[in-house]
Design a protein around this ligand. Sequence first.
Ligand code: NAD
Length: 363
Amino acid sequence: MSNIFKIAILAGDGIGPEVIKQAMKILEKVKQYLNVKIILDEYVVGGAAIDLYGNTLPKKTLYGCEQSNAILFGSVGGPKWDYLPLNKRPEKGALLKIRKYFNLFANLRPSFFYNELSILSPLKEKILKKGFNIMCIRELTGGIYFGQPSGRKKKGINEYAFDTEIYSKFEIERIGHIAFKIALKRKKKICSIDKANVLNTSILWREVLINISKEYKSVKLEFMYIDNAVMQLMKNPSQFDVILCPNLFGDIISDQCAMITGSVGNLPSVSFNQDYFGLYEPSGGSAPDIAGKNIANPIAQILSLSMLIEYSLKEYNISKKINDAIKKVLNRGYRTLDLSTNEINEKIVNTEDMGTLIMESII
Ligand code: NAD
C-alpha cells in the first residue's frame, strides 16, 4: 500500500453532516497511530448537491470518489426532495448510482450486542444472556432487484406483474469467496440463507458454495431456509457468526439483525467491489425527523470509520481502540436520546458530546 491514503467524505443530508463531524474528530485523534498519511476530500452529494448544482451526484463528486482509496458516506435523502422523480432523488440518484458505478456487490453489516443496552433489544434476557456478534454478508447488485424481465402486462382483471430472480455462477462465486475469507478471520463458520426447496437460483447458490468451500477446508458451511432463519434469529442469535445471503433475503435478514440489537443508530456497514474498494456508511438513513437538533447518535458513523480502518487500512488494533472507546463510554452510562434506557446512572448527551466523549476515551 502507498503511504498516502485518500478518503472521500460524502456527508450528504439530514443527520449525515452532524455524525460525519464526530467521525472526523475520531480520525483526527487516531491519525497519529496510522502507518499512512491520510488525505481527506469532502464532496457534496444527495439533496445538498441538488440544492447547489441541481444534480444529486455531481461529476466532481464521482471523480473525487474515483481518485480516492475509500469512501466514508453519511446518508442522503429527505422530504424536501421527495417531489422529484425516483431516479433523480438522492437515494436512487446518488447512493445506488455510486454502488453501481463502483460495482459494490458485497454488503457487510456487523450486528453485535452491547450488554449495557440489553433493555433496548426486543429479545428476552435469557436469549440475550448468550450474546451475539453476527456479520451479515448480502449480495447487493444481483438477484430479483435487478433481474430482467421485470414489469407489468395487460389491463383489468388479467393484469399481471413479474420480476426475475437471476444469479450467475460468477456472481455467487465472487460473494462466496468474500464470505469465506471473512469467516476465516472469525469463528470459521458460515450459514448461507436460501430457499433451495423452491427456487432454482437457490439450488445453484448451494452448488457453487459447496464447490468453493473445498478451497476453505477449515470453514464450516451450513445452509438454512430463509423462513427458518428469521425464526432462529429470534430464538437463538448466538448460533450465527457469518450469515451469507442473496440480495432479497439479505435485505430482510440484515434488518432483522439490526432490530435485535435494539438500535439502528449503532450499526455500521461497508459495500465492497472485487478490489475491496469500499463505501462505508451507517446502516440507518438521514433521519430527517431529528436532523439539525444535535441529538443524533454518531456511533454508527464512528463505527463505519472504524470498519474503514480495519478493512481498508488493515489497522485492526486502531479499529479496536475505537470500538473499545465506544464500549467504555456506554459503560459509563452516556447515551444519546435514541439509546435511553431510563436507568438511574444514565446520562443523556448530545451528538457533539458523544463524539467528544468517544474521542477522549481512545487510548
Ligand atoms: P431513517 O433510518 O433515516 O430513520 C428511521 C428512524 O430511526 C427515525 O426515527 C430516525 O430518527 C431514527 N434514526 C436513524 N438513524 C439514527 C441515528 N443515527 N440516531 C438516532 N436516531 C436515528 O429511515 P427513514 O425514516 O425510512 O428514511 C429517512 C430518509 O433517509 C429518507 O429520505 C430515505 O430515503 C433516506 N435513507 C437514506 C439511506 C442512506 O443514505 N443510506 C438509507 C435509508 C434511508
